[in-house]
Design a protein around this ligand. Sequence first.
Ligand code: NCD
Length: 305
Amino acid sequence: MRHLMNPLDFTVGELERLFDLANDIEHNMPRYAHACAGKKLATCFYEPSTRTRLSFEAAMLNLGGSVLGFADADSSSASKGESVADTIRIVSCYADICAMRHPKEGAPLVAAEKSRIPVINAGDGGHQHPTQTLTDMLTIRTLRGRLDHLTIGLCGDLKFGRTVHSLINALSRYEGMRFIFISPDELRIPDYITEMLREKQIPYEEVIRLEDKMPELDILYMTRVQKERFFNEEDYIRLKDFYILNRKKMKLAPADMLVLHPLPRVNEISVDVDDDPRAVYFQQAQFGVYVRMALILTLLDIHVD
Ligand code: NCD
């Protein structure tokens, strides 16, 4: 039995197969419509979510399976003091696979250790968000044609943004990558990530101004300042509008640069960018359904010929 806690749980070869499957699903949806008949997905979400939870549910429904679960800790027995380990033992009796989001780093891993069904980390605190990373990678691979030899700018909250941490981890295995970290000083990328890049001799730069680096980027990955992980509201208010990508700044970018964002967006991308063909963040959310369908099939070891 396999779980997904971190994008590195899959080898590069396994990821290639997963993305090929996701591309096939996109073009042949009816063939997969009954692949998970009789199977159930549990979504155990202890933290707010729109896309991740609904795209998991849509993925399972598209596969002909069914879904159950809870969308906030208050409506689960966590509010009575039940541990994640006990909850997953129970969920293992009711479902065939579980997607879990939790504000505490490592909680889905604790669940996986006690689980009788595959557990997918759907975001754990400021740590990892592997299925968002699969979504981001499928988007880049499909729209840009490759996952190597890319200059990727990550902008915004690089300290608390789990999608950023997972994506860098995953892309660090491809050749010719170059990372540009664009953030205010207070929201810098954690040291453990820059240490990992130095060890692997992967080039990176840390800068504050977005405009200066725009002309060099193949991909610009924008992120929201993670309000819920701040200890103090004043800092959040001071930093929340530090970056606002608008049409004027997009003029500095290459004609084929792609703008990704895991969403939700707050103010960091002005709505006047939405019509730019390089803005692919809504398409990205659609890719999230295909890749989660591919992931559910893979973890349940279901093959469709
Ligand atoms: C992200 C998350 O939850 O980490 N959202 C998502 O899953 N698409 C990013 C965010 O909340 O800013």
